[in-house]
Design a protein around this ligand. Structure first.
Ligand SMILES: NC(=O)c1ccc[n+]([C@@H]2O[C@H](COP(=O)([O-])OP(=O)(O)OC[C@H]3O[C@@H](n4cnc5c(N)ncnc54)[C@H](O)[C@@H]3O)[C@@H](O)[C@H]2O)c1
Length: 366
């Protein structure tokens, strides 16, 4: 088993092992014991939150996680939701809180988020507000959630104004990663998650690309370590953590313009490429990176979203949380394995995107 310890406002472990789901209850019991005094105090309640697909595959009764938790002495309750971004809402977070209140959950009880990034963000947000905050355990089941979204303590829900507009920084008490569950994940979702691992490679650790072809678990561990180092240095995103947003300004704009039908990771991959092209053209980068990103896009056959005009994307990006007054913080690649940030006036964003799009067109972007 691999163990990575996060040192943030809370110190907690990330455990990674094939088959870990079967012994998840034992691992959780080491951090959040089923009762303070075995045999005396009431059993600790846990609310297992997952979407309906993940519930059927890994969360329901008669499967190792649920049965292990009850056998360990927890009072287990479940709260499920329809799969997809559409469930990442305040209404669903309120429903999780309603279920917990109805079952008598107190501050000593906790939430388990079993699922992808939607589940982690949603359940983590509910954990951060229920009774002003309860403990929670992340058990990510998508590649994106394992390598990225479960790490770092950002939680949130979407509103009409944009993605993750309401949220909190709320660190989990434990993260359990079982790469064996990726066997049931759709190929499109694998591609989605790979994008965030590739992003980590371009930000800080080029050796990730070798691991990707040899050992996916190793690539996940390396991506986690990239994120760990950045989050530990800047937990609440006042500086260095912004680097993790490489590709996200244009990526989020693509997601928004598509009505959130374009997968997050695929949008980010397009965003990284267009940003790199523009940064190369404007002389921001000390060594070109766009060609390398394009090679990755072509090698993995990432979808390309050419249907959105620069003006549309700029308008969508202008509402981005990375906006500082009339400027927007653009994360750009300085050279392979190293990114920097620049503040760009919002009024120049459209031109920046035009630069990326026209360079892309010139290189026969599919
Ligand atoms: N908090 C953060 O730091 C952070 C970072 C990046 C992304 N995010 C968020 O993550 C979300 C996207 O996460 P996602 O891509 O994991 O999407 P997701 O949670 O919707 O999962 C994608 C699909 O995979 C299914 N699924 C999950 N695990 C499975 C498994 N093992 N086998 C079969 N099917 C499985 C789900 O039912 C769902 O249909 C977005 O909302 C994004 O904003 C958050």
């Amino acid at each position: 088993m691999q163990k990575i310890t996060m040192h943030t406002s809370k110190t907690y472990d990330i455990l990674i092992e094939e088959g870990l789901l079967a012994s998840a209850a034992e691992r959780i019991a080491e951090v959040l014991p089923p009762s303070e005094e075995p045999g005396k105090a009431a059993a600790r309640r846990c609310c297992l939150v997952c979407d309906k697909t993940v519930y059927a595959l890994y969360g329901r009764q008669e499967l190792p996680l649920y049965d292990g938790l009850t056998a360990a002495g927890y009072d287990v309750h479940t709260c499920t939701f329809d799969p997809g971004e559409g469930s990442k809402t305040l209404k669903m977070a309120a429903e999780i809180c309603r279920v917990m209140a109805a079952k008598g959950f107190t501050r000593d009880d906790f939430i388990i988020a079993l699922g992808g990034g939607v589940c982690g963000d949603l359940a983590g947000f509910a954990a951060s507000v229920y009774m002003r905050g309860v403990s929670f355990v992340q058990i990510p089941t998508t590649l994106l959630a394992m390598a990225d979204s479960s790490i770092g303590g950002k939680t949130g829900v979407n509103t009409e104004a944009g993605k993750n507009m309401i949220g909190s920084f709320w660190q989990p008490d434990l993260i359990l990663i079982d790469p064996a569950v990726l066997e049931t994940l759709d190929q499109a979702e694998v591609l989605n998650g790979l994008a965030e691992i590739i992003k980590a490679g371009f930000i800080a650790d080029g050796t990730i690309f070798d691991s990707l072809s040899e050992d996916l678990t190793e690539a996940i561990v390396k991506a986690i370590n990239v994120k760990k180092e950045i989050v530990e240095a800047d937990e609440r995103e006042s500086g260095q953590r912004r680097l993790l947003n490489f590709g996200h300004t244009i990526g989020h704009a693509i997601e928004k313009c598509s009505g959130y039908t374009v997968p997050h990771g695929c949008a980010v991959m397009n965003g990284m490429y267009l940003t790199s092209l523009a940064a190369d053209e404007l002389g921001w980068s000390s060594a070109p990176v766009a060609g390398l990103i394009r090679n990755v896009i072509d090698a993995f056959a990432y979808p390309v979203y050419k249907e959105y005009k620069a003006a549309q994307l700029a308008e969508a990006a202008a509402g981005d949380k990375k906006r500082v007054s009339d400027n927007i913080v653009i994360v750009y690649p300085d050279r392979p394995g190293c990114c920097g940030t620049k503040e760009l006036p919002v009024s120049e964003l459209e031109n920046f995107i035009v630069t990326g799009l026209s360079k892309a067109k010139a290189t026969k972007w599919r």
